[in-house]
Design a protein around this ligand. Structure first.
Ligand SMILES: *[C@@H]1O[C@H](CO)[C@@H](O)[C@H](O)[C@H]1NC(C)=O
Ligand SMILES: *[C@@H]1O[C@H](CO)[C@@H](O)[C@H](O)[C@H]1NC(C)=O
Ligand SMILES: *[C@@H]1O[C@H](CO)[C@@H](O)[C@H](O)[C@H]1NC(C)=O
Length: 945
């Protein structure tokens, strides 16, 4: 679908160009999250997770930002680098390695642990680079299936440099070998596995039979490569082909040798038994071409500079097996090129070159002598044929693809293609066709692709396309005005030419290079949802924008100053749009584009050369575009990128900005962009303002956003103001960093001081903080009114005890105190009365202060418990502050003084305060409860209150 393949061409260009980067040396691609960015740069194959890195010198260091689960690495290294051992071993699931740049050597162990690697490409950019590859360099890549080595000199590599890769299937070598042996002797071990070999060398002058010896000098028998299916050999500088030189390759897919008669004769003795594709040169006669074709079973023949002649029966018979024929014809003596008739296996013919060849000399369908030609599937002609008629094509019953590009066609007669019922592709690009009548395309009911690009289309008759019911892709243009070439405003009524839109129409391009085009849909007929529309003209305006047609368009590319419907920007009439590429001109007249924000399905948006400064609705222009994944502002004018713009762009994964003039980007701008992974700045020129100082640091500090700043000719980021262009780092240091630094210093110091204070306080007071609050409150209450004996106390006694003594508390203490009275005492037990969910220290402190007395039940467990210890400490604090007899100790068991000493607080209390021992004999217990109750009983209420 065009939608995706229309591609993010910018990035491709950038990848190919040289990069200057601010932040780091790698871009990480995750195909799942960003298919807009999938790299279509042909040289670098990619996987789901691909890292593209450049300018590498120390692989281990430079690749440290690439996560180890990446499957493909495309590395551009500095020439002369060394592959260190273990440099890549971290990437345990790596499948593809592509290295651009010349390696001076590859140390042993470089590929250790990379057992998943299937493809390795080593691409040096200098001719004949001397790299001393050691024996078995690639043997750690135990599953390597594809290896490509370009521009390395083979003869300096160890004889067994390519040893130890037993599963290798495909080998591509483009080198300056001088002998076939240079390569062939290095691959003798691969005879069991190799299925494809592509070998190019411009250093080989004489092709000799390979002569290999092992490391001891013993002659090696050259093995039989019985799996080899595809062999491509290119020797553009060969002069001589010795006998049996190519014997080791019985079957060759394609052999390229220079234009040389002797070579073509020697070919028959070279030991080849089959050759699929071969280019014959001009001087050889058709007779001998066919002889070679016959002897080597050649299927695809390219005859350059073919001299037309009358073909002998025997030649034709020998050439019978040809499937693909490419003829480049130069001078014609009016001899008819009618051999296509005679070659019964042809499926594909191209006739190229057009020099004095009269169309009638290409006689395809001679209806008098010949029946239909059923074997031809594809025909490409590039000839001088001002006029084409049905006689030329009607016999090609099974033709599927007809290519008549650049053939100077002026006129196509009616019914020319009648009979080509199987034709799927008709290419009439770059001709002189000005008129298409109702019957020009008659009979093409299976046509899927029609290319009429670069034709001065003046007159398209009503319903000219009505026969094209299967049409999927159509290119129309360049559309001219019927009345005069100079009239710049043309109208195109689509219903008028289509009648009904083909339901499967997927792509339509309408171009009128210099004019203004007015497109009328004309009816409610519409193709299915999914149309990609491309329009190109000085101005484009649609007339009836409420038609259902507009709802079918999901992709719109408009290369025009104005894209209008009436006097409005047309975008809002395309509610299904997912892909929108608008390339305007900065000087175009103002049109309000705020309506862009109605395209809520939009996933890709590119605005090129749009003056956004003029847009009054800029702040809300990108609002509601919640599905937008890729936003590209290329060569636009804009003053400030701020949060207003990005507020709804939650799905944005990739943002590219190329602003010709200076601009500012505020720190708040990227905040709403929660999905952003790639931010590309192309030659940014910032406004000299402290608003922008954050950018550099932010860019360097990004973990999940890859910020790529390209400024190829300047070492650093620059900014511009009234005084001119300056280095931005220096500007911000001089103007912004002082205050920022000072403020930072000040804030940090203050913060540090506060932190230290709090820490010290906490260390000192810690658990007592709340207690202090209670104390303060107590003082304040006392100051305000007279103390109330029951007053703020909810409990009479807070019992501090260890959980281990719970049984005693429940079975003895509770009945002993709570059921004795009146007045009845209210006890506070942590297990019963603490508030759930409250912090335990707060609970203790609050309970302690809401009880009049604290009773500590001391046992060995009690002494060991941290909580009890805290309770005891808080109680003594209260005792000290309130100077009241609030603390009572009960010893459950005899604790030797030695043990008590360790708890100095308790030991001191025992010395200064009375305490009770729990009598083990039941007879004494009643007196114990009496004494305790009296100590804890609330005071008699004051009769005055
Ligand atoms: C060459 O082609 C012939 C015919 O297709 C086939 O029988 C033979 O096995 C091929 N030889 C090799 C080495 O592929
Ligand atoms: C467009 O063409 C159709 C079919 O010929 C016709 O019905 C319609 O009126 C035309 N529209 C305009 C605006 O000319
Ligand atoms: C965004 O969409 C909402 C709901 O559809 C709408 O109310 C609001 O006006 C839109 N905002 C803008 C700026 O168009």
């Amino acid at each position: 679908m065009r939608l995706v393949s229309a591609q993010f061409e910018l990035l491709v260009v950038w990848i190919i160009g040289s990069w200057g980067w601010l932040s780091n040396k790698c871009v990480l691609y995750d195909k799942k999250t960003n298919y807009w960015l999938s790299i279509h740069s042909s040289s670098c194959p990619h996987s789901n997770l691909t890292a593209v890195c450049w300018d590498l010198s120390d692989l281990k260091l430079n690749l440290s930002i690439v996560p180890s689960n990446y499957q493909a690495l495309c590395l551009e290294i500095r020439s002369g680098s060394v592959m260190q051992s273990g440099a890549l071993s971290r990437f345990s699931v790596l499948e593809t390695i592509h290295i651009r740049g010349c390696l001076s050597t590859i140390l042993p162990g470089t590929f250790k642990g990379l057992s998943h690697v299937k493809k390795l490409y080593l691409l040096c950019m200098e001719q004949c680079y001397n790299s001393s590859l050691l024996p078995n360099t690639f043997s750690d890549l135990t599953n390597l299936e594809e290896l490509s080595i370009e521009n390395y000199r083979l003869s300096v590599m160890a004889p067994d440099a390519l040893g130890g890769i037993p599963l290798l299937k495909k080998l591509t070598v483009d080198s300056c070998a001088e002998e076939l042996s240079d390569l062939l002797c290095r691959i003798v071990n691969m005879s069991q596995s190799l299925t494809a070999l592509d070998f190019t060398s411009d250093g080989i002058v004489i092709l000799r039979q390979p002569n290999c010896s092992d490391t001891n000098g013993a002659v090696l028998e050259f093995p039989y490569f019985y799996r080899l299916q595809e062999v491509f050999l290119n020797f553009p500088n060969a002069h001589r082909l010795e006998k049996r030189a190519l014997k080791c390759f019985e079957n060759i897919s394609s052999l390229f040798l220079p234009d040389n008669d002797a070579l073509q004769t020697q070919l028959l003795q070279s030991g080849i038994s089959r050759l699929r594709h071969f280019v014959f040169n001009n001087n050889i006669s058709f007779e001998s071409v066919c002889e070679t074709v016959f002897k080597l079973s050649i299927r695809q023949v390219h005859i350059s500079d073919h001299k037309t002649e009358n073909y002998s029966e025997s030649a034709i018979r020998n050439c019978q097996g040809i499937e693909v024929l490419r003829l480049s014809i130069c001078h014609s003596d009016n001899v008819r090129v009618n051999l296509i008739h005679y070659l019964k296996n042809l499926t594909d013919v191209s006739v190229l070159r057009y020099w004095d060849v009269k169309p009638e000399c290409i006689e395809l369908c001679d209806t008098h002598t010949q029946g239909p030609i059923t074997w031809l599937k594809r025909l490409s002609l590039t000839l001088y044929m001002p006029s084409i008629t049905s006689e030329q094509f009607s016999c090609l019953k099974n033709l599927e693809h007809l290519d008549l590009e650049s053939s100077n066609i002026n006129n196509i007669s009616d019914f020319t293609f009648n009979g080509l019922g199987k034709l799927r592709i008709l290419n009439l690009r770059d001709n002189n066709i000005s008129q298409i009548t109702k019957n020009t395309l008659f009979g093409l009911h299976n046509l899927e692709t029609l290319t009429l690009e670069l034709n001065p289309l003046v007159h398209i008759e009503a319903f000219a396309f009505i026969h094209l019911t299967s049409l999927k892709n159509v290119d129309l243009g360049d559309i001219h005005h019927p009345a005069s070439q100079w009239e710049k405003r043309v109208t195109l009524n689509l219903t008028h030419i289509f009648g009904v839109f083909p339901p499967g129409l997927m792509y339509m391009n309408i171009t009128s290079f210099f004019g203004c085009i007015n497109i009328i849909i004309g009816s409610n007929s519409t193709p299915k949802l999914g149309l990609a529309l491309q329009v190109r003209a000085k101005n484009v305006s649609f007339q009836d924008c409420w038609r259902p047609f507009f709802k079918s368009v999901v992709s719109l590319t408009a290369m025009t100053e104005h894209l209008l419907c009436g006097s409005h920007f047309a975008a809002k009439y395309f509610p299904s749009l997912e892909y929108f590429d608008f390339q305007s001109m900065l000087y175009a007249e103002f049109v309000d584009m705020t309506d862009l924000n109605t395209l809520v399905q939009l996933r890709y948006l590119k605005l090129m050369r749009v003056d956004l400064i003029l847009q009054p609705g800029l702040a809300i222009m990108f609002r509601n575009l919640t599905k937008l994944e890729s936003l590209n502002l290329i060569s636009c004018r804009i003053l400030t990128l701020e949060e207003e713009l990005s507020r709804d762009l939650h799905s944005l994964v990739q943002l590219s900005i190329k602003v010709e003039e200076e601009f500012s980007m505020l720190e708040t701008f990227p905040e709403p962009l929660t999905s952003l992974s790639y931010l590309l700045f192309y030659r940014p020129r910032l406004h000299c303002s402290c608003d922008n100082t954050w950018l550099d640091n932010w860019a360097r500090g990004q973990g999940h956003i890859q910020v790529i700043i390209w400024h190829p000719n300047e070492a650093d980021l620059t900014c511009k103001d009234e005084t001119g262009i300056q280095n931005f780092a220096r500007y911000s240091e001089a103007n912004c960093s002082l205050d920022v630094g000072f403020v930072l210093f000040f804030c940090t110091s203050l913060g540090l001081l506060l932190f230290m204070l709090v820490t010290v306080l906490y260390q000192l007071a810690g658990d007592y903080l709340l207690a202090f609050c209670h104390i303060l409150r107590g003082w304040m209450e006392e100051a305000v009114r007279r103390p109330n004996p029951r007053g703020r106390h909810c409990y009479d006694v807070f019992v501090s005890y260890s959980g281990r003594d719970e049984r005693w508390v429940v079975e003895q203490l509770l009945p002993g105190l709570e059921q004795r009275g009146p007045p009845y005492l209210r006890l506070c037990l942590h297990s019963r009365d603490f508030q759930l969910g409250k912090d335990i220290v707060d609970n203790i402190t609050d309970s302690l202060y809401s009880s009049r007395h604290t009773l500590c039940v001391v046992s060995r467990h009690y002494l060991r418990s941290n909580w009890c210890s805290l309770e005891l400490r808080l109680a003594t604090l209260r005792l000290l502050v309130e100077h009241r007899d609030i603390l009572i100790l009960v010893f459950l068991e005899d604790i030797p003084p030695r043990q008590l000493c360790a708890h100095h607080r308790l030991a001191r209390l025992v010395k200064t305060r009375t305490y009770l021992d729990w009598p083990q004999e039941p007879a004494l217990q009643s007196a114990f409860w009496d004494r305790l109750w009296i100590k804890l009983a609330p005071p008699e209420p004051d009769p005055r209150l």
